[in-house]
Structure formats: structure tokens, C-alpha cells
Design a protein. Sequence first.
Length: 451
Amino acid sequence: MTDDYPNTQSIDANDPSLTSWVESANTPGIDFPIQNLPFGVFLRNDDNANKPAVGVAIGDSILDCSACWNAGLFSNTPCEDSNIFARGSCNRLAALGRARVREIRDRVSWLLRSDTDAIKGNEALRERGIVSMSNATMLMPFAIGDYTDFYASANHATNVGKMFRPDGDPLLPNYKHLPVGYHGRASSIVVSGTGIKRPHGQLKADDAPPTFGPCRLLDHELEIGCFIASGNELGSRIDVNDAPGHIFGIVLVNDWSARDIQKWEYVPLGPFNAKNFGTTISPWVVTLDALAPYRKPLPARADGDPAPLPYLSPDAGSESEAMGLEINLEVTIESAKMREEGIAPMRISHSSGMDLYWTFAQMIAHHTSTGCNMRAGDMLASGTVSGVNEDQRGCMLELTWRGQNPVKLPTGEERKFLADGDRLTITGHCEREGAVRIGFGECSGVVLPAE
Ligand code: MN
């Protein structure tokens, strides 16, 4: 069978004319056509003895890469010596590095295309290798060693600055010179569908001593996250031009935030407990290669904005320059009452990956500029992605302007911040003329009451 494999150079996994023998993948507008092929980790619901495995989303199903490896279908690829898919994370896969992951994705593309019989023509393998998403539970795609959250949307930073520092420039002097970030908490990152318990914390009204109790100003943050493929040695740096070669792929992120805890604790060292009680991510990691048709340079900086220092300036025409991501992002809310009354979730904002001031390549170059080491499976998140318009604000703090203009729900309820029972869902997709639309699935979570 291996003799039949095509030369990897002959594969274009993003070819818009490709179709799959998994029929659901050919439905126009679906998130997971054969041109996407994101990686994730799943568990079959029908098989108690089964262990988690790495899979690829295809239409409404999952290709079980471990079952395919066992059948010899990854011969002559960078993973032929070891079944790196028979695991509960994509870390080993990612550690191969982006170029090798691309070869593996190209093999998956070939296995799934309409005219390839390797799985399609083998009933037993088809049974084992293709799992309906309705018959699987998605798990965390990575064992995340380290997590860093940035603040890369100038629109968001400007809005927050206007609210909290009404006198003077809303952006602090460093903002346009370096990608501002903080070291987040990896242990509390959870996969879409996990409930988020309202945290307790220290709260302080302006005219009273601090108290301890449940957060009252719970918020979401619409973000995108980047998973690291191969990392760098401690003491070495990742050049901004090489940074795309270290990126595995992109997910949707909700950085749940307790604004009242944050307000009292954040000076002088930044967010701490306000951000460590839960961060939700979408389960499917869309590779940087799948995003190739949707990547281009960020808009030119405005007149008067400083040019980035050389270590943050990609070469003209380089892949690193084309790291603006044209991902259409949306947030919906569904209150418990809406759910009971059968009312569809309501869209509260939308923005784009192009609304960022810094790219993930620049964030990686800056993060490692000290010699700090990245490791496979580390996650960097963008910070709240807000556009320029009022309906493009990526968190409740901005949408309601600190609660001054509540969001009105179709039930007559109002939200200044999030209430128990609210379900927040982030979705994302890319589409343009001449390419096939691809999507990210969803990043969703319900607010559970404090205990
Ligand atoms: Mn954030």
C-alpha cells in the first residue's frame, strides 16, 4: 500500500477543488471541509476501554489518526516510527515542528480525498478510523506547560484606558513599542463545554474596606490563541522571521475575567486571581498551514505610530510579515431563561483577527527576546480582540462601558456583566473569494454559581 502514496511535494491540502469521501465534509459552509483538517484529542463514547487519541476533524466526523497509524497509513511520513497519535495530547505531534506536521497533514488530506481508497475501500478500517462527532467527547488538545496572555488589540487597550484613566493618553507609553503581556495560569485552561464556576475574591468598593465573597463583575474576553510547535533552547531567541515556523495552530479562547477582583489586585504586578479560575479554548487546533489563504500583513501603522524595533520587524514579503489572520469572530450569549424559553443565543459582538496591533510572530519574538524558552504545547493568547465600532467590543466591560449601557436580551433581561446560567459562545471562521470557507468550531462555557 505504501508504494501508492503520492510524493508529498505533489500535495496541496488547501486546493479548493478537493472533495472528501466523508460526504458531510462537502457541505458548503461547514467548519471542517477537507481544506481545514484541524487536530484535536477525543475519546469515543461507545468504548469504555478506549484511550484518548489524536484525531482530525472532517465534516461531522473525526479521523482517528491512531487507528490509521496502526493500519500503516502514516508510513513514509515523519511519524512512521512511533504512534504519536495514541496519546492524550498533541504535544508529541507538535514537537516534530511545523514542517513535519505539514507533511502529516498532507498525508491526512490524501487519505480523505474522494479518489483515495486506502480507508474508503476498507470497511473494517472505515468503521474504526471514522468516528461521528456525536459519538465522541473532545478533550484538551494539549498538555499546556505555560500560558501567556497578551493585550494585542489597540482598540481594546484604548477603550480600557479611556475608562480607567480618563485624563491623558488612553494608551500607556510602551503600548506601540512592545507587545504587552502577562504570564497566565495553564492549569485552569479547560476545553469548550466545561462549566466555569463564579470565583470568590477580595472586592473593594471605593469608600469601604475590602471584603471577601463571590465575584459580582464576571466578564468574558474574546481572544484567539496560538499553540507552539517546536520550541527554543533556554538562552536562545526566536527571530521574528522564523517565528511562524514555530507555530502549530490557532484556537478560540475565552479568558474569563473577574473585573472587581482585578480592579483591587492588579497594581502593581498586573492580573492574578482575576484571571486564574478558568480559561476556555475550542478543541480543534486549526494549523497555520490551513490558514494560509487567510493570512496577510496587518494594516499599515498610522502616521505618528513608531516603527517597531528591528527585532520586532519582519522582512518585507516574508511569511512573518503575513501574520495578520483574517478570522471572523463572533460572541453569543444565552441566558438560562432564553434556554428555558427556547430562544436562540443572541450575538453581542463580532471582530476580526485583523483587529490586532501585534502578530503572534512578534509576540513570540518579544517573549523569547530574553532567551526565555518556548516548549511544544505552550499557548500564547492575543488578548481581547475588539474592533473600532461599538458592536465589535470583545468583552462586557467594553460593551456596556463598565455597566453604564446594559446589553438587552430578548427575554427583557439586562446584562451589565455575566449572570449565573449564562452561556457564552465564541465562534470563528474564515472565508474569501477563491478559497474554501473553514471554521474553528466553538469555544463555549456556562457560568456556574459560586459555592
Ligand atoms: Mn485576556
